[in-house]
Ligand binder design. Structure first.
Ligand code: HEM
Length: 217
């Protein structure tokens, strides 16, 4: 049996986030490492301008996705499950014991495991750094009239460094958690249809499963 894990609204928010982020990564890396992506890299002012324009447009979509998520949280307070709590630390410790074969038992997760919460808050942290610094870099001359030049240089360093951190976190950590692990490889389609099998729900989110079973939903 299949259970509904994500609503259409949540899947649209996720799609806006990943489409804009993939474009931002592709175009951002073309700016950072010119000459490394064939025709996509700027070898002259025209292609550079185009790549940067696409980057900024994708930036607007990312900002829209963030605003949508904030509105969504305020409208529906039922998503407090994503807030970290003490149990996440003991779950993490138990997971390490399980990985190192000191225990035969996996921790029992509710709706979100500690690594899924980490994925969400890593995006919050990344956006909190990338969006303001991106806006400063976009409106450099305006920013330079109110901020010291060293702040603009710092914004560039932060934007560039956090972008690389975000890329590594997405392609290693998030992709392993959601797609590359042996249960989901090569891809989990939950992001598309929002569904999860009853079997996987029992294994990955037993506490949530128990709650659903109790309610008889
Ligand atoms: C996931 C989100 C994002 C990623 C991965 C990303 C990545 C990057 C990278 C790698 C660079 C090149 C930095 C360098 O040359 O060292 C860059 C530059 C830039 N980014 Fe982003 N970025 C993101 C979000 C944004 C947003 C939201 C905006 C604006 C609203 C933005 C605006 C800019 C601008 C204007 C530049 C050009 C800086 C310059 O003039 O050299 N970025 N971005």
């Amino acid at each position: 049996m299949e259970l509904q894990r994500f609503t259409l609204n949540q899947r649209i928010q996720h799609a806006l986030l990943f489409i804009s982020t993939l474009v931002l990564i592709f175009t951002g890396l073309s700016v950072k490492y010119p000459g490394s992506w064939g025709i996509w890299t700027y070898k002259n002012a025209y292609t550079m301008g185009t790549v940067l324009l696409i980057h900024k447009m994708a930036g607007i979509i990312l900002i829209a996705a963030v605003i949508l998520n904030i509105i969504y949280i305020f409208i529906d307070w039922g998503h407090r499950d994503i807030i970290p709590r003490r149990k996440d630390f003991s779950d993490f410790a138990q997971m390490l014991r399980f990985f190192f074969r000191k225990s035969g038992e996996r921790p029992k997760f509710g709706r979100y495991a500690y690594y899924q919460k980490f994925d969400y808050w890593a995006v919050v942290f990344g956006c909190a750094l990338l969006i303001p610094t991106g806006i400063i870099l976009w409106f450099k001359s305006g920013a330079a009239s109110v901020l010291p030049a060293s702040y603009i240089a710092a914004a560039r360093t932060i934007h560039s460094g956090e972008a690389v951190l975000a890329i590594l976190a997405i392609f290693i950590f998030h992709f392993y958690n959601s797609h590359y692990n042996p249960d989901d490889f090569p891809i989990s389609w939950t992001w598309w249809h929002g569904k999860i099998s009853e079997e996987k729900m029992k294994k990955e989110h037993p506490l949530e499963y128990e709650e659903i079973a109790k309610k008889g939903v």
